[in-house]
Write a protein that binds this ligand. Structure first.
Ligand code: AKG
Length: 271
C-alpha cells in the first residue's frame, strides 16, 4: 500500500492558475492534493475532534462559521511535505518581485457543524461574507488561505463562495465591526462585483483566497460535519502590527510589535 512518503502530496500551480488568483482574488485548484494525503488529514481531524467534529474543547472564539481545532500539521511527518508543497504554491501565487520566502502562519481543522443539529460547540451557522486581512494583525499584504475540504462537497454542505475582484478594494474592516450589517451593505461597492456560486469540490480540489478577498459560505445541510483543513501562508517578511490577533498569542513567542514572526513557531515552508 502506498504511504504518504511514496506519493507526491500536491502538485505545482500553473501560470493560468496564478493569473486567475491575481485577477479574481481566489482560485480553484482542481486535484491539487493526492487522495491518500486527504485521507491522512481526515483521519487526523477525526482523531482530534471526534467523528461528529464537535468533541473537542471550545477553542475560545465563539462564532457560527465553523468549530475549530489547531492541527499543528508541521509537527507531523505525514503532513509536513504537503505543507512545503503548499508553500511552493503560495510563493507562486504571491508573485513577489523580491525573492521573499513563505511562512506557515496557521493551520487548523474547521468543520462546519450540521445546521439541523444541536451542537456542543458553536460553528453550525452560515459564514457571513467578510475579509480576513485585519483579523490577522500583520503589517503587509500577501497572506492567503488554502481551503482544503476533506471530502467531496457541494453547496448543500456549506461550501465557499467569493466576491471576485474584492481584493482590489483595500482593507474593509473587521467582521465583528459592522453592527450586525452585511458587509455588502457597509461597502455597496461589493455589489458591483461578480460573486461566484458556492464551489463544488471533488476529492483533492481546493480553493485559495487572498486575505483581501471577501468570501462567505452557506450553512451545512448535511447530517454530518463539513470537514475542512485551513492552511494560512504569509510572506516571511510580514511582521505583527501590534494589534490583538486572533490566530496567535504574541506573548507565547516573546513577540514585539513590528518584530519578526519566529521561525521555530511559524516555520518557513518555501525558501
Ligand atoms: O470554512 C468556512 O466556512 C469559512 C472559512 C473562512 O471564513 C476563511 O477561510 O477565512
Amino acid at each position: 500500500m502506498a504511504t504518504t512518503t511514496d506519493i507526491a502530496p500536491c502538485r505545482a500551480v500553473t501560470p493560468e492558475e496564478v493569473a486567475h488568483y491575481r485577477d479574481k482574488g481566489w482560485v480553484l485548484l482542481k486535484r491539487f492534493i493526492a487522495p491518500e494525503q486527504i485521507a491522512v488529514l481526515l483521519a487526523k481531524a477525526r482523531a482530534a475532534m471526534g467523528e461528529d467534529g464537535d468533541s473537542n474543547p471550545p477553542y475560545g472564539i465563539d462564532q457560527p462559521y465553523f468549530n475549530a481545532q489547531a492541527a499543528s500539521g508541521y509537527a507531523d511527518p505525514a503532513v509536513r511535505p504537503m505543507l512545503h508543497g503548499i508553500g511552493a504554491a503560495a510563493k507562486a501565487l504571491m508573485a513577489r518581485k523580491a525573492d521573499v520566502p513563505v511562512r506557515l502562519f496557521n493551520d487548523f481543522f474547521a468543520p462546519k457543524l450540521p445546521a439541523g443539529k444541536k451542537t456542543r460547540n458553536q460553528g453550525n451557522g452560515a459564514t457571513s461574507f467578510h475579509q480576513d486581512f485585519i483579523t490577522f494583525a500583520v503589517d503587509r499584504s500577501g497572506g492567503m488561505t488554502f481551503w482544503i475540504p476533506l471530502e467531496s462537497y457541494g453547496p448543500e454542505a456549506g461550501t465557499m463562495s467569493f466576491i471576485e475582484g474584492s481584493h482590489k478594494l483595500g482593507v474593509l474592516g473587521n467582521y465583528t465591526s459592522y453592527d450586525g450589517k452585511d458587509i455588502r451593505e457597509v461597502w455597496p461597492e461589493l455589489t458591483d462585483l461578480p460573486m461566484t456560486e458556492q464551489v463544488h469540490y471533488e476529492a483533492g480540489d481546493i480553493t485559495v483566497h487572498s486575505h483581501f478577498t471577501v468570501h462567505g459560505a452557506g450553512t451545512n445541510g448535511l447530517d454530518r460535519p463539513r470537514w475542512a483543513y485551513l492552511v494560512l501562508p504569509q510572506p516571511a517578511d510580514a511582521r505583527w502590527n501590534g494589534a490583538p490577533p486572533e490566530a496567535f498569542v504574541p506573548d507565547a513567542h516573546g513577540m514585539t510589535p513590528y518584530g519578526r514572526f519566529p521561525d521555530d513557531a511559524f516555520p518557513i515552508i518555501a525558501g
